[in-house]
Design a protein around this ligand. Structure first.
Ligand code: SF4
Ligand code: SF4
Length: 307
């Protein structure tokens, strides 16, 4: 085993694809540029993060990913496609696409752990796996690693694949060859800004989570604002992805765990109103939707006008 610079990451790419990831990229583990960090701090200062106070913490780690892993030299970014053609009829409760299959935290962590083991067996060194919960600027690193670019909707947009992707990160003490950063951008499209139902996306490039239906239906715990009309969205919101031209021909996922569960797709608004805690626990076992809890789901349902 050697921790000297890897001449090429082809084997890494092949293993990632074998595990079901759609794309992999590598960049150096360095500090985040001041401008990127300043933008984040301004977003926090504006209170655009709402009640997600955990986002105020660990600024030093967000700034310097090497604090997550001593000796980290490379950041390996993978994406897993979860796209599946549209949900049922307009009047059925809509759940964000990412939540329709098994909980991505569990699926991604398992796949990333396998990739990390492969890296350690082949190249040595130490690794740390991050799935969504670690304080790290995932999309920035994905862009640096050439995987895609960050759209106005703040999603990672992967060319030819779209934005219906989960991002996974592995920090490694091995110095892999870096990929070139992705330099694409939205090219003046602005569709998501115009069509966002909460008017949460500003031209300045910031999203005010407090107006975002995804934040309100998933993260926010209190009563929803009077008069808030969620349409038929009971969990999350896909509008800024569904209107994005990069998703119009997005391929369907090849990961069985991300395929929508029929039992969730077939729920009606009445089913949600009448749901018991036992039913909720059973239906959403190993599902990201359990995050909102039964009371949250029923609260959201009361704000749906398209029933
Ligand atoms: S998730 Fe929905 S409400 Fe939030 S920014 Fe996107 S389109 Fe707007
Ligand atoms: S809808 Fe248009 S502006 Fe919004 S992220 Fe997609 S390409 Fe960018």
């Amino acid at each position: 085993m050697s921790s000297s610079p890897s001449p090429c990451s082809n084997d890494l790419h092949c293993k990632a694809v074998e595990l079901g990831f759609s794309k992999v990229g590598v960049t150096k583990a360095t500090e985040v540029p001041q401008a990127i960090f300043d933008e984040y701090e301004l977003w926090i200062k504006n209170n655009f993060h709402g009640e997600m106070t955990y986002m105020e913490r660990y600024g030093d780690i967000r700034r310097n990913p090497r604090l997550l892993l001593d000796d980290a030299r490379s950041i390996i970014v993978v994406v897993a496609n979860y796209n599946y053609p549209a949900q049922n009829a307009l009047k059925t409760p809509q759940f964000a696409s990412y939540s329709l299959g098994d909980d991505y935290h569990e699926v991604m962590r398992d796949k990333l752990s396998q990739l990390a083991t492969f890296i350690q067996e082949k190249w040595g060194g130490v690794t740390r796996v991050c799935v969504d919960t670690a304080p790290i600027f995932e999309r920035y690193w994905a862009q640096q690693a050439g995987v895609g670019f960050i759209g106005h909707n703040k999603m990672l947009i992967v060319p030819q694949i779209g934005s219906y992707v989960f991002i996974g990160i592995i920090l490694s003490s091995v110095e892999f060859q870096s990929d070139e950063p992705c330099t694409l951008n939205c090219m003046g499209c602005n569709a998501c800004i115009r069509l966002c139902p909460g008017k949460a996306i500003s031209l300045s490039g910031m999203i005010d989570a407090r107006k975002c239906h995804s934040y309100l239906t998933i993260e926010y715990r209190g009563d929803l604002p009077d008069g808030l009309d969620l349409g038929n969205r009971v969990y999350g919101c896909d509008v800024c992805q569904s209107v994005c031209p990069h998703n119009f021909n997005a391929p369907t996922t090849n990961i069985a765990e991300f395929l929508p569960r029929k039992e969730i797709l077939n729920l009606t608004h009445d089913d949600i109103d009448a749901m018991t805690q036992e039913e909720f626990s059973r239906i959403f076992r190993h599902s990201a939707i359990k995050r909102t809890k039964l009371a949250g789901l029923q609260r959201n349902n009361r704000h749906c006008s398209k029933k």
